[in-house]
Design a protein around this ligand. Structure first.
Ligand code: FES
Length: 163
């Protein structure tokens, strides 16, 4: 008889503890939601900046390879200023590179040539331009910000998942 009372009390106590834990679980979710509402996380443009190079590192007429959103990319310092493009060729996905002696971005696989100022196709089989990357120059360095035209990037199969 006495054992039964102890068992009943323990079971009741256990039930109370479980209810308390479940209530605490749901309450913590509600509190977290309220806190997120009161202090939303701010995603600033600065958080997506990718430092490519210092300004001095890429002199006029030169280039630097880098990776942007997991894809090969190239920063060019043209007389008119800095330019950045995805370097994955839009033809069959080879990596194009700056060829200063010919003043173009060159794809060696099938002799594709791109304009280093605009990314437009100059000659060869590439069906469409290299996608441009928005950049910013500040505090002596060049930073990549985002694809200039994310919809265009999504339309190029070799850039899957990069936009
Ligand atoms: S893969 Fe670049 S020209 Fe063919």
């Amino acid at each position: 008889m006495n054992d039964k009372i102890i068992f009943t009390t323990s079971r009741r106590r256990l039930t109370e503890i479980l209810i308390g834990l479940v209530s605490l679980f749901f309450a913590s979710g509600a509190i977290a939601t309220i806190l997120k509402y009161l202090w939303p996380q701010t995603v600033t443009a600065a958080s997506s900046e990718v430092r490519i190079a210092s300004v001095d590192e890429v002199t006029t007429g030169s280039a630097k390879k880098f990776t942007f959103n997991g894809k090969a990319a190239v920063l060019l310092h043209m007389p008119a200023g800095f330019r950045a493009f995805g370097a994955v060729c839009t033809h069959l996905g080879c990596i194009a590179y700056w060829k200063p002696e010919e003043n173009d971005i060159f794809c060696p696989c099938h002799i594709g040539r791109y304009d280093p100022n605009t990314g437009a196709v100059i000659s060869g089989p590439p069906p469409s331009p290299l996608p441009a990357i928005d950049i910013i120059v500040k505090e002596g360095a060049v930073y990549a910000l985002k694809w200039k035209d994310p919809d265009y990037v999504r339309s190029i199969s070799f850039y899957a998942g990069a936009a």
